[in-house]
Design a protein around this ligand. Structure first.
Ligand SMILES: Cc1cc2nc3c(=O)[nH]c(=O)nc-3n(C[C@H](O)[C@H](O)[C@H](O)COP(=O)(O)O)c2cc1C
Length: 191
């Protein structure tokens, strides 16, 4: 199985890094980092995304890294046969581009390929509050079977701290992509 993770320039870049850590090693992984995501990472985690991913690579997780301008990459073509893509976090800019079919850099190009090939695409839009434009864009994509999964907290998993709250969100993303995980206690397990 081949999977793409796009990291766009919304808040929560560290969620993407943790999400990648939980993708099983058998899945061939391609990671695209937008230029804005690099700026956000400097502000939020005071680190470069590549450096943060390095520790995961050192743990034996192979992945192919791309910049947004690598529009001629193998993953930009439907013939490469990518099975699933997640964009974590998804900026409002990226959401708008995908919803109108703009494919002017590698993340939006790969998303447009997933849509035309009817492959699984999950987006995690991050903004607060959400404008009517963003909501309309999400509705349009949801009607195309794109999974709209913003990083929304849930308290029923008895989350105690930020890590367990993030595990809940990451676990829900993995569930949506049909990737097995035990990152959060499921409803009914501790009743
Ligand atoms: C520190 C920081 C945090 C940001 N957070 C968000 C956010 O949560 N949601 C959003 O839509 N844009 C956010 N932005 C703005 C985007 O980075 C900007 O719209 C950018 O053009 C998105 O580019 P991309 O879609 O190519 O990654 C943030 C920018 C900075 C510098």
């Amino acid at each position: 199985m081949k999977m793409i993770v796009g990291i766009s320039g919304a808040s929560g870049v560290s969620l993407a890094i943790r999400f990648i850590r939980y993708i099983p090693k058998e899945i061939e992984l391609f990671v695209i980092i937008s230029e804005s995501a690099k700026v956000v990472a400097q502000k939020e985690i005071e680190n470069e995304i590549e450096a943060a991913l390095d520790s995961i690579i050192k743990d034996g997780r192979k992945m192919f890294l791309f910049d947004e301008d690598e529009i001629g990459a193998n993953i930009a073509s439907g013939s490469f046969g990518v099975n699933a893509m997640a964009i974590i976090p998804t900026s409002m800019d990226m959401l708008a581009k995908i919803s109108c079919g703009i494919a002017d850099e590698l993340i939006s190009r790969c998303a447009s390929v997933m849509i035309k090939e009817h492959k699984k695409l999950l987006i995690a839009p991050r903004e607060l509050p959400l404008s009517a434009i963003a909501l309309e864009n999400m509705l349009k994509l949801s009607r195309l079977n794109i999974i709209i999964a913003p990083p929304i907290m849930g308290y029923y998993a008895k989350t105690k701290d930020l890590t367990s709250m993030e595990n809940f969100i990451i676990g829900k993303w993995l569930d949506a992509l049909e990737i097995q995980n035990n990152l959060y206690p499921r409803w009914g397990m501790h009743q």
